[in-house]
Design a protein around this ligand. Structure first.
Ligand code: SF4
Ligand code: SF4
Length: 467
């Protein structure tokens, strides 16, 4: 089996896929959902419903708030109870729509049958309209609006679509289950994305710790390709099991042997990367007229008695999911939304899921205990592990000294917050926290500088036209 992988850094944490045999099961609908208006990268959506309105499942409840933004739909049928700030999983206030559930009445145009639809329209404008109005966002973690990612800037062209089926985060298995249980739908979603992007080649990249997915998808694609040319360019590529294989830049390096420059986008080297769950959501939007109102998350942890892969309506309170699963695991000391490497600690169990929620991970006290940090021994392990080719020991020193110029010169902004440096550090230095804070400061400076340059250019243009 091929050992395709990225070329710089990387680590090998235990994969802990203890929920891999759990088929996707629909979680019951909660009595109330809280739908965040800020659950994608970009401007928050603007509500288009009012308190007291009756809504159906799949009905739009908020419109995009800018170019980079997304439609948001009701994930249930019921009555809008309130619109206002509500605390997310970190305790930060985000604008949300509270809907009290009454039954589950869908908007009429949605096809809720299980029938696989493999034929899709030739009209790319019609497809893009469905992806846009369906509120599809990247489900690999970034939640970038998909219709924006499918619209390359003038002069740039996609050569290869890469579908991320690596699921390199330990513990998470919902993408594994998508490929195993909904592989046909994912493949149709991939073919639709290829047509929209105008590419003949697509790669579905799957780590080689998931041989069942690799074998199943090869079979699925071969059968579909035998019936239609639209599936001929899809290849299944086994990847080395290495973290962070599913990182966008790492995947492009591994599949195309091309490197995205600092600050550059994948399209600059001819690539567009989407996640398998996004391809499935595209299938649902285009072939079934179904907006993104639910997503799949892995409910897992060594202290969890029964593992699950749940399909959950967007806006479901985390506390409701825990209740359905039998209550808080006895030895749980910490809850993570997502995986252990890049997930976020949950401080508010009343927070609701968003489109991009991929996991609920329960860790024991022993698993969360950090050894006391000691002095850096200059071993270089963090630099060896960094998949972005950074020098975390140097960035740490610059960050602690508040040297923002030095951080920018040493590409702090390229950090992808993967945590590989911290995982590798024998001195237990909290490198990830330091990197995250350092990057936020540098990005703030860079954004302010770009805004000032834009304002100066506009003022100059206005002055010139006034002469
Ligand atoms: S967290 Fe940032 S600095 Fe650390 S290994 Fe990942 S990319 Fe490199
Ligand atoms: S891994 Fe830790 S101890 Fe080694 S150089 Fe990096 S920061 Fe220092």
């Amino acid at each position: 089996m091929s050992k395709q992988t990225f070329h710089i850094g990387g680590i090998h944490p235990a994969d802990k896929k203890i929920s891999r045999d759990c088929a996707i099961e629909a979680l019951p609908i909660p009595p109330t959902v809280y739908i965040s208006l800020s659950q994608h990268i970009g401007a928050p959506a603007k509500p288009i419903v009012a308190v007291g309105d009756k809504v159906k499942t799949g009905q739009p409840v908020a419109e995009p708030g800018g170019f980079v933004s997304a439609w948001i739909h009701s994930s249930v049928s019921g009555t809008v109870k309130s619109i206002g700030p509500r605390k997310d999983l970190s305790g930060k206030s985000v604008p949300s729509i509270e809907i009290a559930v009454e039954g589950d009445e869908w908007i009429e145009e949605v096809d809720l049958s299980d029938t696989l639809v493999t034929e899709f329209p030739e009209d790319n404008k019609a497809i893009m309209a469905k992806i846009t109005s369906g509120g599809i966002v990247g489900l690999g973690g970034a939640t970038f609006p998909t219709h924006v990612k499918l619209s390359p800037p003038p002069g740039q062209k996609c050569e290869r679509l890469i579908i991320n089926g690596c699921e390199c985060e330990p513990y998470l298995t919902c993408n594994y289950r998508y490929l195993l249980e909904r592989g046909e739908q994912v493949a149709v979603g991939v073919a639709i994305l290829m047509q929209v992007l105008g590419v003949k080649d697509a790669t579905i990249a799957i780590e080689d710790n998931k041989p069942e997915d690799i074998a199943h998808m090869k079979d699925v694609v071969a059968k579909l390709a035998a019936k239609s040319d639209k599936f001929r360019g899809i290849e299944i590529m086994p990847m080395m099991t290495k973290y962070p294989e599913g990182g966008e830049k790492q995947l492009i390096d591994a599949v195309m042997n091309r490197q995205v420059a600092s600050g550059g986008l994948p399209i600059s080297v001819g690539a567009v990367v989407q996640n398998v769950a996004t391809a499935y959501a595209v299938y649902e939007a285009v072939q079934k007229n179904k907006p993104l109102v639910s997503n799949t998350l892995t409910y897992t942890g060594d202290c969890v008695a029964t593992q699950h892969n749940y399909e959950v309506r967007v806006g479901t309170p985390l506390s409701f999911i825990i209740e359905c699963a039998g209550g808080m695991p006895q030895d749980a000391a910490k809850v993570i939304s997502g995986g252990p490497m890049m997930g976020r600690a949950v401080s508010n169990l009343d927070a609701a899921t968003v489109k991009g929620t991929s996991g609920l991970l329960f860790l024991t006290a022993a698993q969360t205990k950090r050894a006391p940090a000691t002095a850096c021994i200059r071993c270089g392990s963090c630099a060896d592990a960094c998949p972005m080719g950074l020098e975390p020991f140097l960035l740490k020193r610059l960050a602690l000294a508040g040297d923002l110029d030095g951080l920018e010169q040493n590409a702090m902004q390229d950090c992808i917050s993967c945590g590989s440096c911290q995982y590798s550090c024998p001195a237990s230095i909290p490198l990830l926290d330091i990197m995250t804070q350092g990057k936020a400061k540098v990005m703030g400076v860079m954004k302010a500088r770009a805004a000032a340059a834009k304002a100066a250019a506009e003022a100059k243009a206005a002055a010139t036209s006034a002469k």
